[in-house]
Design a protein around this ligand. Sequence first.
Ligand code: TYM
Length: 360
Amino acid sequence: PRIIFSGIQPTGVPHLGNYLGALRAWVKLQDEGLDDDKRFFSIVDLHAITVPQDPHTLLRRKNETYASLLAIGLDPNKSLIFMQSANPAHSELMWLLSCHASMGYLGRMTQWKSKAGVADDADPLESAPNKPALKLGLFSYPVLQAADVLLYNATHVPVGEDQAQHLEFTRELAQSFNHIYARPDADPTEVEAFRGFNIPRTILSPAKRVMSLQDPTKKMSKSDPDERSRILITDTREQIQAKIKAALTDSTPGISYDRELRPGVSNLLDIMYYMDQSKYESPMAIARDFTNVSMRALKEGVATAVADHLEPIRERYNEQIARSQEDVDTERWNSGRIVGAQSDRNIQRVKQAMGLRPVG
Ligand code: TYM
């Protein structure tokens, strides 16, 4: 059976990059999954606090992210949708893994280097410009991510491309941990034996890297100060039209698809294609259809495709966010309890393998 795990930071309502790169695949795995699949989708609040957070804002954004996940079609009766901090085993396993995680490897993570302001070719541990202000949690972020995945023995992790490096790190950490502690041939009667973590596979969606509308050489991101760089999945038709109209393209006449030479136009064509893959064969096919139209007409087409697709999501989001807090809390409390029970066996086995817990 497949064990599917993925996570999203509680940054509030997700953007089109989150949606096309990861979240839509979660819903698909849920609705087209096999009966014995297990699905864990986590709102990773412990990862969120690796950068400064205002507590009230964080709570609100957790609610918004949760409502968004239900709005796109995740169903708490079919998937475990839970807050990472509801299961303390994430933090516990992180510590156990930390004692095996390589500082050198962590220092090479692109996300760390960009957040710490380390130049690409500089020494990642020595050359951070503002070393005393850098926090340990930010550096060890990928170890917590590895703990998330390994805690439930996940086999499949659907994410966008920017998470591929963290998952490669997860696999290597799992392998070296298994090498030291796993007893794959333990007697079958030894139910408590640690037989090794599953080595999880990265599942990339075809739209694995959606670009910023304002700078198509950068990925669409929640941290970009320019709100016009991204479309939120709850944006209204008017907001979507305005953002796409303002999207940076180029002055080459006509429409054509070329990610290198025409990144802005190609990003729009990609977005349009992935909004409704049944309409066109490929982004190139859309470009052929639109060859002789104006950029303005193309943008109108893209905006319509996006707005039509997101409209029902926005409606469901409004219903979700209006639910009573009590109702939502009960639902979440339930899934938190279930995931705790799911990970318990695994963490006990790991602790026993490490000599932290007596056998039997
Ligand atoms: P986060 O919250 O940044 O993003 C959630 C998901 O959205 C994808 N994504 C994109 N995909 C395509 N184009 C984009 N422009 C784009 N921007 C974001 C991300 O790849 C991700 O799949 N560290 C993770 C959360 C996490 C996690 C995990 C993921 C914590 N533990 C364990 C998988 C397994 C993060 O910050 O995602």
